[in-house]
Design a binder for this molecule. Structure first.
Ligand code: SAM
Ligand code: DTB
Ligand code: SF4
Length: 343
């Protein structure tokens, strides 16, 4: 069933479509690449005004969700994602480790909750989970949920059965990024296809979990690749409830170590387009915040980003620490988003 309420319901007058909406009343509602390009390329002030207007219609504009991340299984990954520190294909110098014990994960999650997090995301450097690990993963989900935290996992590809098991355990969200456009994707990853990614997203949705899917900017992709990535996400049978937008953290030894940095204005435009195309989704300002100024982050929040990862480390890479983010929130008058009642 299509959930229309999670789709964009605004006309794109400021974007230059002369008041026409891309919703023509027929289902499913889709946005075309051309329509998205027009929005993306509209004057910056118009784009930001439109994104902020959409944002205010669906969210408290001054509330930003604080998420925490934990790498529950680090490094030695069989995939060859060109951006990643954890791929066994790249000499990044990262030490691989085994799946963490449940008790250790729960202790970390409790600490994160006590420090103000409302969402906890656990990541594993796997192509896909092994069936023998499912019992441990289920215990982690149940334990973190029992702490009152929203739960998310990112473990690679999932079969329909594995998705069902995690859903039954109470996992709220599953993260699996499409990373970039379908066209640019083969230049970033060769060990699994864009279609494989979409299949996992479909398995997650079918199992009844919320979908978290986004990508990375700054890998050498074109503007059109960025727009196309968001159009793919917005046109899924149901758009993801959560859309992480990462800025590449260049990892020494990885294939993309020397990629050209993304223009901050282009980055903010991409956030705004995500907000406009997916009005009710959480747009997450994810990796790369250490390389962003406070002013750039402020523009991202104005453009509709409403979640960040807090803490000194993401999975393996650095993140602004608690002190910096507390000061940033104070400077911008932002408050941590409360976790809503469980659905
Ligand atoms: N192994 C799982 C997978 O890839 O499905 C989950 C972990 S993976 C590290 C989660 C996401 O983090 C990736 O899909 C990618 O979008 C993002 N990511 C990884 N390394 C990054 C980097 N160096 N800079 C920015 N984002 C990165
Ligand atoms: C996502 O899109 N970004 C987060 C989360 N989902 C799991 C991960 C960012 C990882 C950054 C690189 C690292 O820490 O190794
Ligand atoms: Fe493995 Fe995920 Fe890193 Fe790709 S992004 S190499 S799948 S850990």
């Amino acid at each position: 069933m299509l959930r229309e309420e999670n789709r964009s319901d605004i006309s794109v007058e400021q974007g230059g479509l002369g008041g026409r909406s891309w919703q023509d009343g027929t289902e499913p509602t889709r946005v075309s690449l051309d329509q998205a390009r027009i929005i993306y390329n509209s004057p910056f002030n118009d784009l930001l005004f439109q994104a902020q207007t959409v944002h205010r219609a669906h969210f408290d504009p001054n509330a930003v969700q604080i998420s925490r991340l934990l790498s529950i299984k680090t490094g030695g990954c069989a995939e060859d994602c060109g951006y990643c520190s954890q791929s066994a294909h790249a000499p990044t110098g990262l030490k691989a480790s085994r799946l963490m014990m449940v008790e250790k994960v729960l202790a970390e999650a409790r600490k994160a909750r006590d420090e103000g997090a409302s969402r906890y995301c656990m990541g594993a450097a796997w192509r896909r989970p092994k069936d023998r690990d499912m019992e441990t993963l289920v215990a982690m989900v149940a334990g973190v949920k029992a702490l009152g935290l929203e739960t998310c996992m990112t473990l690679g590809m999932l079969s329909p059965e594995q998705a069902g098991t995690l859903a039954d355990a109470g996992l709220d969200y599953y993260n699996h990024n499409i990373d970039t456009s379908e066209e640019f994707y083969p230049q970033v990853i060769t060990t699994r296809t864009f279609a494989d990614r979409l299949e996992t997203l479909a398995n997650v949705r079918e199992a009844g979990m919320k979908v978290c899917a986004g990508g990375i900017l700054g890998m050498g992709e074109t503007t059109d690749d960025r727009i196309s990535m968001l159009v793919t996400l917005a046109n899924l049978p149901e758009p993801p409830e959560s859309v992480p937008v990462n800025m590449l953290i260049p990892i020494p030894g990885s294939r993309l170590a020397n990629a050209e940095p993304v223009d901050p204005v282009e980055f903010v435009r991409t956030i705004a387009l995500a907000r406009i195309l997916m009005p009710r989704s959480h747009v997450r300002l994810s990796a790369g915040r250490t390389q962003m100024s406070d002013e750039m982050q402020a523009l991202c929040f104005f453009a509709g980003a409403n979640s960040i990862f807090a803490g000194d480390t993401l999975l393996t890479a650095e993140n602004p620490g608690e002190d910096h983010d507390t000061a940033l929130f104070r400077r911008l008058g932002l408050k941590p988003m409360e976790l809503g009642p469980a659905e």
